[in-house]
Design a protein around this ligand. Structure first.
Ligand code: MEV
Length: 318
């Protein structure tokens, strides 16, 4: 039997700990790769025109126009760079990253596809080129991306990330667990980013600019809290960041309900993560046992999926 030529490319999810939205305006952010959810693109040769099969999470995402647009853009951007045509290819996308939930699914689909297509055509792909291509696709999908999602879904290290600056690896050596809760509601990052851009041009622009600056300052303080292994302080800063993001109108009723449920279950802090307006929230707990209680509270408050992520610290928390 003749062997069919195939190649695969992978990417994982991402979580923004601090600094979403403000990062678009040059403020710092802290984010981490989230390999608990991932994406695999497989390219195989076949007769005839391109076919794309996406069995995204529960098959739901493949019906969403935004997701199809991200996919289309990612395929065309990579093929254009390779100077190849889409004929005689079949593409299969398998993903456990829930789409449009602030976990980086649109960047991840682009990372996985670009890696698979370059591998399929035996072309060299440096990290720099990968990021350039993914950010072209992200610009079309998200309007004005900071580049954070591309960096996080393709890289293996948590970063202290400032737009346009060299990446700074930032190990999250803090004795704490992060709990992630999915509202089950899609949030359009593009719209959320655009609405803040509008606010920054409006009558109350100084107030909104102040919120962006405050988010940047909170991220700087969060960096120190992590370096000092102080989860209680990090939790407090997360609460303050959620208040600023709420002021910028990128939270939602369901996100606020989950954040409140986490805090009522003694989380050290809780906030939305990613673009907001739906999607996911994160909470911080000092121990695995505390994290389990927070997770249960989130499930009771209606989170459709939850994850517990052990952060890197080994020392006792302050
Ligand atoms: C989206 O995951 C993160 C945002 O800060 C947008 C961006 O950084 O491009 C909201």
């Amino acid at each position: 039997m003749m062997k069919i030529k195939c190649a695969t490319g992978k990417a994982h999810g991402k979580i923004i700990l601090m600094g979403e939205h403000a990062v678009v305006y040059g403020e710092p952010s802290i984010a981490l790769p989230f390999p608990a959810v991932d994406m695999v693109a497989t390219i195989c040769e076949k007769e005839g025109p391109l076919t794309v099969d996406c069995s995204y999470y529960n098959g739901i995402a493949s019906e969403m126009p935004e997701v199809l647009e991200s996919l289309r853009t990612a395929i065309l951007t990579a093929l254009d760079a390779l100077q190849k045509k889409s004929d005689n290819l079949s593409i299969t996308i398998e993903s456990s990253i829930p789409a449009e939930r602030g976990m980086g699914s649109s960047a991840a689909v682009s990372v996985a596809l670009t890696r698979a297509l370059f591998r399929y055509f035996d072309a060299e792909l440096t990290d720099e080129r990968l990021l350039t291509l993914v950010n072209i696709a992200e610009k079309i999908a998200h309007g004005n991306p900071s580049g954070l999602d591309a960096a996080m879904t393709s890289g293996d290290d948590p970063l202290y990330f400032i737009k346009g600056k060299p990446f700074e690896k930032f190990p999250l050596n803090i004795s704490a667990c992060m709990i992630v809760g999915d509202t089950g509601i899609t949030g359009q990052t593009r719209e959320a980013v655009a609405s803040i851009a509008q606010k920054l041009k409006g009558e109350q622009k100084d107030l909104y600019l102040n919120a962006i600056k405050t988010l940047g300052r909170l991220t700087g303080q969060a960096k120190c809290a992590i370096e000092e292994n102080n989860p209680a302080l990090l939790g407090k800063l997360m609460n303050e960041a959620h208040a600023e993001l709420t002021f910028l109108d990128v939270s939602s009723k369901k996100l606020d309900q989950l954040v409140t449920a986490a805090r009522s279950a003694n989380a050290l802090g809780a906030k939305l993560t990613g673009g907001g307006r739906g999607g996911c929230m994160i909470a911080l707990a000092a121990t695995q046992a505390e994290a389990k209680k927070v997770e249960q509270a989130l499930q009771q408050a209606g989170a459709v999926r939850t994850w517990i992520y052990q952060m890197g610290g080994k020392k006792d928390a302050k």
